[in-house]
Ligand binder design. Structure first.
Ligand code: PMP
Length: 489
């Protein structure tokens, strides 16, 4: 990325930051470089870094316990990323045309059908789908991998790493599979996969492109080569990789790829499974129902169709598909390496800041990993992760994730039994976000919490939490929020 681009993009991003919907106060970042503002005193390494693209809610105000407010710092992109402004704009543009797809003869139906099918082309092309590959819209990555799990030939074994997110672990355990323990290095982990394939043939190797716990990236092209050399196919859980890196399944020789719209700035309920058609055309339909059949006889026996429709029974999520395509377009328009460079600069500051704080341990699954995205799992000695996450929100307006990130086997292997924290970055992240988190963690370790906290129904909350919620939200009434199962997301 050229410096001139970076500066232009930087200014555009700051001038274009979205204003949240009416009634919610917003903040401007104190470190945003404004025309004419003095920057000469800043060393180049410490120049402020702004968002790479504007996101909706990027200037949202978060109430702090005790009556103050601060710009909400969202460091939880790995769980769900905010909508890109371009995505929200596209959704607003297409909504007036929203109507039933595929069967409707009306004008809006025809336009919606074309929108849905062109979204499919856009999303497939974004990740290098080959002619003949199917691009099937799903609800999310979990849905996509469950679909694939039912499509692998019944007698074929699937090889899975135990470092996977539960979404790429549990769909496989109810069918023939081998769970391979992850080694301490990537080299040994790849060797273990190869040894497993050499020992006995398998139908499929399924791996994550990038760990949702540590942000470390696996060598997908190498694993694909090894899998194919042993007659197996490869599926990649791209939930954490695709939002951060250019993924080209043709170039990587990957057979199947799954990812989620809500992690790639399109939180409108769509995900995708892309890949080879033969297993998918022979598989039981993912959702039996309308749209998946050519015909049904008087006895209710279906003649199932093939292609994407076989697995998209029921009314499709046109808006979700259009949003996902809009996100792909916006990302594809960025100069090559722009995302990588933006995140690398922010990650470097985050890692430098966190590792200088006594007691902070940054999690790492593989001692030889060299490539990582802006996802940083960490623990703080003597501090319970769940309580720290609540402290960060209540006292500093910082949102991070805590828990075991739906990767229990990996967390257990890393010796993190009580849960960890995870800060994750993306297109809307700025250096001020990183600095706020680092400052808050350092303050916790050196000075402790300012507020008192109590456990309510097993979840931490500030005593007498007085933070207001929007009028339409029940949050204030139900504090603390029900966090679902311990696995979380
Ligand atoms: N795989 C990975 C690596 C993830 O991080 C996640 C979500 N945290 C998933 C799969 C599941 O994604 P979704 O919840 O969108 O189905």
């Amino acid at each position: 990325m050229s410096a001139s681009f970076r500066n232009t993009r930087y200014r555009q991003a700051h001038q274009g930051v979205a204003t949240p919907a009416g009634g919610i106060a917003t903040f401007s970042s104190p470190e945003v470089a404004r025309p004419g503002a003095p920057t000469a005193t800043l060393t180049p390494a410490r120049l402020p870094i702004g968002p790479l693209l504007p996101v909706v809610g990027g200037n949202l105000a978060a109430p702090l316990a005790g009556g103050r407010t601060a710009r909400a710092v969202n460091l939880d992109y790995a769980a769900s990323a905010p909508a890109l402004q371009a995505v929200a704009d596209h959704v607003a543009e297409v909504l007036p045309y929203y109507a039933s797809v595929h069967r409707g003869a009306g004008y809006a139906s025809q336009v919606s059908t074309a929108l849905y099918e062109s979204a499919r082309q856009t999303v497939g092309a974004f990740v290098g789908a080959r002619p003949g590959d199917l691009t099937i819209f799903t609800r999310n990555t979990t849905d996509a991998l469950n679909l694939l799990a039912h499509a692998v030939p019944a007698d074929g074994e699937v090889i899975v790493l135990d470092a996977e997110h539960h979404a790429n672990l549990l769909p496989w355990t109810s069918r023939p599979h081998r769970l391979i323990p992850t080694a301490g290095t990537i080299a040994d982990t790849v060797a273990a996969l190869e040894a497993a394939l050499a020992e006995r043939p398998a139908a499929l190797v399924t791996v994550t492109g990038c760990s949702n716990v540590t942000g470390e990236i696996l060598p997908i092209a190498e694993i694909a080569r090894i899998a194919h050399a042993h007659g197996a196919r490869i599926a990649v859980d791209g939930a954490q990789l695709v939002p951060h890196r250019k993924v080209d399944i043709a170039a990587l020789d990957v057979d199947y790829l799954a990812f989620s719209g809500h992690k790639i700035y399109a939180p409108f309920g769509s995900g995708v499974l892309i890949g080879r058609s033969d297993w998918l055309d022979a598989a039981p339909p993912h959702q039996a129902g309308g749209g998946a059949v050519r015909s049904v006889n008087a006895e209710g026996q279906a003649d199932w169709t093939t292609g994407v429709a076989r697995h998209e029974g029921g009314t499709p999520n046109v808006v979700g598909a259009a949003a996902l395509a809009a996100a792909c377009r916006a990302i594809a328009e960025l100069p090559e390496d722009a995302i990588e460079e933006h995140e690398a600069a922010l990650s470097a500051r985050l890692l430098e800041g966190l590792t200088q704080i006594p007691g902070v341990r940054v999690l790492r699954a593989w001692s030889d990993s060299t490539d990582r995205v802006g996802v940083v799992g960490f623990t703080i000695e003597g501090h319970e992760a769940a309580r720290v996450a609540v402290y960060l929100s209540a006292e500093h307006g910082v949102g991070v994730r805590d828990g075991k990130f739906c990767a229990h086997p990996l967390l257990n292997r890393l010796g993190v039994t009580g849960g960890a924290l995870r800060a994750s970055l993306g297109l809307g992240s700025r250096s001020e976000d990183v600095e706020r988190l680092v400052h808050a963690v350092r303050t916790l370790v050196t000075d402790g919490e300012k507020l008192d906290y109590e456990l309510i129904d097993g979840a931490w909350a500030p005593v007498n939490d007085d933070r207001p919620a929007p009028s339409w939200s029940t949050w204030g009434a139900t504090n603390p929020v029900d966090k679902g199962s311990e696995c979380g997301f």
